[in-house]
Design a protein. Structure first.
Length: 147
């Protein structure tokens, strides 16, 4: 069986970092992804895809991305059933992010937080990705960042 999802688009709102009862970092956010084609003389449509990220991937997204930032997500599709406030049964479809990546230049991505440099002279590359596997992510003190 295969369950792979890869999307690239813009965040529709600032992601908010939360913690579970056991202290695990988690965030959920929505990415606006333009469709490949549009009908004649019409604006391109966009799909709004829900994403959930855990642990270091959640921390990475919340630290380096904000509303309007271009982001690439690689993960798997997950569904879950729930009951809304009115007692109606609903199904949620979301991507569980394994990796989150920067896309394009700093001006194109519109990123915020620790990524945005105040000096226009900054030409150092930004970190390229984070992964959900704890052993693959190395925390870098802010004093050691190249920008």
């Amino acid at each position: 069986m295969l369950n792979c999802a890869v999307i690239m688009g813009r965040l529709v709102a600032d992601p908010e970092l939360r913690k579970t009862g056991s202290g695990i970092s988690v965030t959920s956010f929505t990415v606006a992804v333009e469709r490949r084609f549009s009908r004649n003389n019409e604006d391109r449509q966009a799909d709004f895809i829900d994403v959930i990220a855990w642990r270091q991937t959640a921390e990475f997204v919340c630290k380096f991305f904000g509303k309007g930032s271009m982001i690439a997500i690689q993960g798997s599709i997950q569904t879950r059933n729930y009951e809304d406030r009115n007692g109606n049964k609903r199904k949620a479809v979301e991507i569980v992010a394994d990796n989150a990546s920067f896309c394009g230049s700093k001006s194109e991505t519109g990123t915020t937080g620790g990524y945005r440099a105040e000096s226009p002279m900054n030409t150092q590359p930004a970190p390229s990705f984070a992964t959900a596997d704890e052993g693959d992510f190395k925390e870098i003190p802010e004093d050691d960042l190249p920008f």
